[in-house]
Design a protein around this ligand. Sequence first.
Ligand code: 9MR
Length: 395
Amino acid sequence: MNNSHNSRRPLAARRLAGVVAAAAAVSIALVSTANAATHAAPGTRPHPADTSLRALAEPTGLRIGVSINPDRLSDPAYAAIAGGQFSTVTPENQMKWDNIEPTQGTYHWAPAEKVVAFADAHGQKVRGHTLLWANQIPSWLTDDVGNGSITDAQLRTIVKKHVIDEVSHFRGKIWQWDVANEMFANSWDANPLPDGINGDEFWVQHLGEGIIADAFRWAHAADPHALLFYNDYNISGEDGTNAKADAVYAWAKKMRAEGVPIDGIGEQGHLDTQYGFSGDLERSDLQRYAGLGLKVAITEADVRTFVDSAATQVPTDSLAASAQSNEFSQELQACLEVRSCISFTVWDVDDADSWVPGTFAGEGAATLYDVNLKPKAQYTALQQTLQLAAGAPRR
Ligand code: 9MR
């Protein structure tokens, strides 16, 4: 994992003041919405009885998702949240190559199938994640590539088989596949190719950047109805220069012109309250991808901050909660304002499962639910944002 995820500009105090003002404005607007609903005037939308995120999002046409850990589904409280609050799920790790094929030629489908079955039982769609990524590749593959006993020509055959076998196995059950993940260079990467793809990325290094388009072609052949996404971070709104977003946009335009079967761009959406973030820039970047005829999605939203400990994850800054709520809300609003944005997925149900404390020392509290599975202010902020958006349906 790249620990520099979303390295961005420090959040100025001036900005925090704006955050608080914006949060206050939201609650004032909500009070009037709630009042209007109580005294339902003709033509107004009644206050919904079901205030789950999935129900509140339903009138907008947007699906709200979450990444899940199937080992936690035996906990009824966890399962009730995963099944009740969200209308799409992503297996957090179970469709990655090292889990699917830990030994060459022996597939281990059961954990991923458990997520698919859970989704089916709860009327949810599945985001498949992810087919081509430099992380979580099985060691039988990396070891043999490293010692030369798998040549690059053989590696190409192996990756083609991996993509086709996995997509075929789940054919008809996956709504969106993250075909390729994190292939573009960040400002701190040493060897960007002229078009911005990371020349040091494992697959690109061994097989050339054409492997990305090939993965889309193989996936499309294996399941023509799945929506095929390119997924990355810092590609809408977080990076002040917007250079990475510009590169992904230009590449996606080229893929479309060449007839490569790409259907969408996924912005991961991992934010951190210590850095700046522009919801306006996020919206315009998402809209720009949509202008190519692509769908877009927020695929891994979370907002981390500094916390007391990894075990309890209580924010240490008194302004953190409102900053986190505001950034979550802005991300969701950006998606809501772009008609082609089809899903907004948060990464992990609760703080106890989040990847953040293990990756960013001293940070955490990044999800909607605390370590005791209690909903936090961020959850309420998303409810509010959806409730307000329902007054202006996108479809
Ligand atoms: O949340 C995932 C964590 O459990 C894994 O240990 C980690 C391994 O790299 O991957 C995490 O998920 C990543 C996702 O697959 C791609 N974007 C970044 C996510 C956070 O690292």
